[in-house]
Design a protein around this ligand. Structure first.
Ligand SMILES: Cc1cc2nc3c(=O)[nH]c(=O)nc-3n(C[C@H](O)[C@H](O)[C@H](O)COP(=O)(O)OP(=O)(O)OC[C@H]3O[C@@H](n4cnc5c(N)ncnc54)[C@H](O)[C@@H]3O)c2cc1C
Length: 423
């Protein structure tokens, strides 16, 4: 019986072994196929990623080439197409090229340099204004705050003229967009935008560019202003925040009036300080963009550095001389007993002593009745470029405008040795 069954058992065993082998082979084929499919998928994704990166880089290079090509040299005539009253003493002007040509693109955060011929002024006056809207290929928008005199101070010459006397249809000479304070297009890390007073303008351009890119990156906007009377583009900002959960804002009013509603118009009473940033932000791992009045510029960049934010992640813009000095920390190092240098104004035939109590070489010239033409007084417009015939200077803040070799921008320069200027 056992012998009779043997062939069947052998057959059965053979069949089992065969089936096992077939199953193993099938499993191996399936595993190999799965590996191949997974490998193919990986390759496909890697190639797709590479293709996207190349396309993005090509698009960026083409955009940058178009931006550079569409720039212009010197001044170009722009027409005020539209004037919009924003809040008290603040108005936006929309500018279009009077020659009908295209507007040059720019980086959100950059500014325009305007040259204005004003009735009572013997010479054109130059000032810079940030572009307050993202690039749109159609027009430029600037948002100007009229400087109102306080306690015997002077009213703002150009801001008053632009606010009070500039109407739709007027022509203004404009230099191409410039400046180093802009949102880095290659860096889509989370950002913190901090604006104080009218210093919010370049940050609104940055915010609007981020909204248009719609890349979902984390954005914190801190905006410090006196009260609702100066709260620029409140409704726009509120809408942006309501529509984009990735964008948060904190509004600080330093001097809220009884009609300002905490929790509606503003979040907290006080200023935007480094303590507030540390309290609100989940970490210091952001790219920071700061633009505001001198007190803010004095405290925030230094506070961020103390908090351990790398200097490469701290970007700031100063709107005027006080802010430049504050941001550079010059105000704190101003008193240096024993430091002085002889400054010779060669054309005037005068040599005077400079000490750190004199903020800049331009101030020294003006205090000694030596005329040097100037504009922004913040190293942006290049108007005060003066030939440095001898000696060394240092900049309070690296100027955005480039002075020709052998020249310096005296509005942001101090001497580092005895110097001779061609002025
Ligand atoms: C890069 C850059 C971007 C700028 N962007 C803008 C912008 O978007 N919107 C805007 O309104 N301004 C902006 N400014 C400031 C602007 O260029 C002028 O400095 C400002 O309008 C005052 O010029 P003004 O001729 O009216 O005042 P001036 O006649 O030059 O000064 C009159 C008085 O006001 C004081 N003063 C000058 N500037 C300021 C100031 N910024 N804040 C407070 N007091 C001041 C002066 O010390 C003086 O006492 C920017 C400046 C720079 C450098």
């Amino acid at each position: 019986m056992a012998m009779e069954l043997l062939p069947d058992l052998v057959r059965l065993g053979g069949a089992v072994i065969l089936a096992a082998a077939v199953l193993q082979a099938a499993a191996l084929v399936a595993a190999g196929w799965r590996r191949t499919v997974a490998e193919d998928r990986r390759r496909h994704f890697a190639l797709e990623l590479l293709r996207q990166r190349v396309a993005q880089a090509t698009a960026r290079t083409a955009a940058e080439a178009r931006r550079i090509e569409s720039q212009w040299q010197g001044y170009r005539k722009f027409r005020v197409e539209r004037r919009v009253a924003e809040v008290d003493d603040v108005a936006s002007l929309y500018l279009v090229p009077n020659d009908g040509g295209p507007v040059a693109s720019y980086m959100p955060g950059q500014y325009l340099t305007l040259q204005l011929r004003m009735p009572d002024q013997p010479r054109p006056i130059i000032r810079c204004y940030s572009l307050s809207e993202r690039p749109n290929g159609a027009d430029y928008r600037i948002t100007v705050k009229r400087i109102v005199p306080r306690e015997g101070g002077k009213p703002g010459l150009v801001s008053g003229f632009l606010y009070d006397h500039t109407a739709e249809g007027d022509i203004i000479d404009v230099k191409a967009p410039a400046g180093r304070f802009y949102l880095d297009p290659d860096d889509n890390r989370p950002v913190v935008l901090v604006g104080g007073g009218i210093g919010i303008t370049p940050l609104i351009a940055m915010l609007n560019a981020i909204v248009a890119a719609d890349d979902g990156r984390e954005v914190w906007l801190f905006y410090g202003v006196r009260n609702s009377a100066g709260h620029v583009m409140r409704e726009h900002l509120r809408e942006v925040v309501a529509r984009h959960p990735n964008i948060r804002q904190r509004i600080a009013y330093s001097d809220p009036t009884p009609d300002c509603r905490q929790g509606v118009d503003y979040d907290l009473k006080g200023h935007v300080t480094i303590d507030l940033l540390r309290q609100e932000l989940p970490s210091n791992n952001f790219a920071f963009y700061v633009c505001g009045p001198s007190e803010m510029m004095r405290s925030l960049p230094a506070g961020l550095r103390r908090w351990g934010v790398p200097t490469t992640d701290i970007h700031f813009e100063a709107f005027g001389p006080a802010s430049v000095k504050a941001a550079s920390g010059a105000a704190e190092t101003g008193d240096q007993p024993g430091v002085h240098h002889a400054v010779t104004f060669a054309r005037a035939g005068t040599t005077v002593d400079w000490t750190p109590a004199v903020p800049t070489l331009l101030d020294l010239a003006e205090r000694n009745d030596i005329a040097i033409e100037s504009g922004c007084r913040a190293g942006h417009c290049g108007t005060c470029a003066t030939v440095l015939k001898d000696g060394d200077i240092e900049y309070l803040d690296e100027p955005a405008a480039l002075a020709e070799t052998g020249s310096c921008l005296v509005c942001v320069a101090v001497p580092r040795s005895d110097v001779v200027l061609d002025a």
